[in-house]
Every structure is written in C-alpha cells, then in structure tokens.
Design a protein around this ligand. Structure first.
Ligand code: GTP
Length: 323
C-alpha cells in the first residue's frame, strides 16, 4: 500500500435523513485547516445539497438521479477520480451519503485495491439526530446499519433534545456502535480533530452480515412551480401536507420563490421541525422546487395540491379573504 502522504484521505459522512450531515460538512469546510473536495449522493433528479455547501466552487460533485439506498460504485469512483485529477486537487475528500444509505458498500468500494491505491479511507462519521434517534430506530432499519460501522458518532441537535434525551441517545448509539467515539454537538459543531485523521481502516475490514433492510413504502419526488407563491397560501400547504404528517413526511428540502421576497428562500423540514431562510445576495427567478421523502405518500395528491397554490393570487390574499 502506498504511504499516506501519496494518497488522498477520504471521510464518509452517513446518518439518517435530516440528522445534520450537510451541516457537518459545511462546519468542516469552515473550520478544518485543509482543502476539501466533496461528493454528495442525493436521490431524485434535483440535487439540493450542492447549493447548500459553502465555498467550494467546482470541488463539489453531486451524484443525483440514483437510488434511495445506495451509491453506484462506478459513479463514486468516477467522482473521486475527477477530484483527484482536478488542476488543484483537494487534500481531503468528504463523501456525504444519502440519508437512507447503508454505508457498507461505499466503504467496501473505497477499500478495494484499485481505489485504495490512490485514496485512503480515513473513517466513517455517523451523524445522529438526538431528538429523533429512538423513533427512527423503531421505524427505519437503515438507521441501525448507519451506526453499526461508525468510527465516530456525532450526537447532533442537542439543542432540540435537552440533556436527558442526549444522554439516553448516547447510550443507545453506543450499544449499536460500541467501538465508536461519541461526541455531542449542536449544528454539528464538533472539533475537526475528533473527526479527521482517524486512520480507522488501516487493518483488514469486513462488513457484518448484510441484511439490506429497508423501510417499506418509502418514496421521493419533487414538486415544482414556475411562479412565485403567495406566502399565506404556501403556509397553509405546509401545515396541511407536511407538518401535520410527521410520521409520513420524513424530509423536505428545496428552494422557494415567495411573492414579496426578492431573494431565494431555502426551505428545510425534518419531520415537524422546519426552517425557511432567505439566502442573502440571491434573486429568485420565480421557480420553487422541493424534494420530499416519505412513507406511503401519494405523489399525485401532493403535485395537485402544490399546483393548486397558483389558483390564489400572489398578493396578500388568502383562500379565506384578505390576510
Ligand atoms: N435546531 C437544530 N437544527 C439543526 C441542527 N443541525 C442541523 N440542523 C438543521 O436540520 C436540518 C437538516 O440538516 P442537514 O445538515 O441538511 O441534514 P442532512 O443529514 O444533510 O439531511 P439529508 O441530506 O436530507 O439527509 C437543516 O435545517 C439544519 O439547519 C442542530 O443541531 N439544531
């Protein structure tokens, strides 16, 4: 095996939908003293995370259009090679998995002799939403697999969980990943020294028996419109179709064009917690698109309801009269 200084270290970031993986990636880019290349695996035809990753220009590759559960080996290898042969190659690569991915196939790909001759798998970081882990483990078998191989477990969203639940979540995570270092944080703010230079895969490695367990009925689809939305009418849609269905709608993310706000608005929801942030320095072009991931969702029902938002004028009128 070539010595480390000749190979580019690769850190894989996994964890369930909305746990804080992209937030961690941005935190590392901001705080760690090195140049990063990033590969983001997203399902659906519309990548969102690429636009949410900061300060990397052309060193971000989105693998879109793939499967909900896995990263195609040839896509991953092609993206690694693209970064390594860049005119200014990064000195560390971060691979963010989709929120439903089992990390084992990606780890295996990185450990094959042809790939590991050029890239060194440094470690797997699994990000956990402290508020939701227990519920997630009960309903989504993917979550246990994501923890099983972790070298570091980041117990994130401590602010939403509170100290008692954070302690319980740490204990549960340790049962599933007894050899992993566990660190807690809010907004994935964990010292880079705990996450990088782990060299956790120096010895031989074999995945545990593979179960391929998946949550039944999961679907993902994109909603699009081409005219700005009336804010009160959008909020009604949000409450009816997203926030009041937290067991079914697991994740929503995307961009909104809202009437009266010239900038693009980033929208994110993880079950019943949501944020809508104006992106400074941007201008929307009138289009909105949202990726939804959930269980037993009727895409047609959502598309019709989203499309129907345009029946209402873009002024301050609501379906029930003046706002
Ligand atoms: N309150 C709170 N919100 C957080 C924290 N960490 C992340 N978030 C928010 O949670 C949402 C999801 O965070 P992301 O980093 O996009 O999660 P992700 O794991 O990359 O999501 P997917 O790629 O869709 O699986 C965003 O709105 C974040 O701003 C935290 O510690 N506290």
């Amino acid at each position: 095996m070539p010595p480390r200084h000749d190979r580019i270290p690769v850190t894989v970031i996994g964890g369930f939908l909305g746990s804080g993986k992209t937030t961690l990636l941005n935190h590392l880019i901001r705080t760690a003293d090195r140049t990063f290349g990033v590969i983001v695996n997203e399902f659906g035809d519309q990548g969102i995370d690429g636009a949410l990753i900061q300060n990397l220009d052309d060193n971000v590759t989105e693998l879109t259009g793939g499967c909900l559960y896995c990263t195609a080996r040839h896509d991953l290898v092609a993206a690694l090679v693209r970064l390594a042969t860049h005119t200014r190659p990064p000195n560390h690569i971060l691979v963010e998995l989709s929120g439903l991915a089992d990390p084992a196939p990606v780890l295996q790909t990185l450990l094959t002799p042809d790939v590991s001759a050029v890239f060194e798998l440094d470690g797997l970081i699994t990000v956990v939403d402290a508020r939701n882990l227990h519920h997630t483990l009960q309903h989504h078998p993917e979550a246990a697999l994501q923890l099983a191989y972790a070298n570091v477990t980041v117990i994130n969203k401590a602010d939403l969980a509170g100290p008692d639940l954070v302690r319980q979540t740490c204990r549960t995570a340790l049962q599933l990943a007894p050899l992993a270092r566990t660190v807690t944080g809010t907004h994935s703010r964990v010292h880079a020294g705990h996450l990088l230079n782990l060299r956790a895969f120096c010895g031989p490695w074999r995945p545990h028996g593979h179960t391929h367990a998946h949550t039944p009925g999961l679907t993902s689809f994109t909603l699009r419109t081409h005219r700005p939305l009336n804010t009160p009418v959008w909020e009604r849609f949000l409450h009816t179709y997203v926030l009041s269905r937290p067991g079914d709608v697991l994740r929503v993310k995307g961009f909104l064009a809202l009437h009266g706000i010239p900038e693009r608005v980033t929208f994110q929801a993880v079950r019943d917690v949501f944020t809508a942030d104006v992106m400074p320095g941007t201008r929307h072009d009138g289009t909105s698109h949202l990726v939804l991931i959930g269980r037993d969702l009727n895409a047609q029902e959502y598309r019709e309801a989203f499309h129907a938002l345009h029946r209402w004028p873009t002024g301050p009128t609501t379906p029930h009269g003046r706002a």
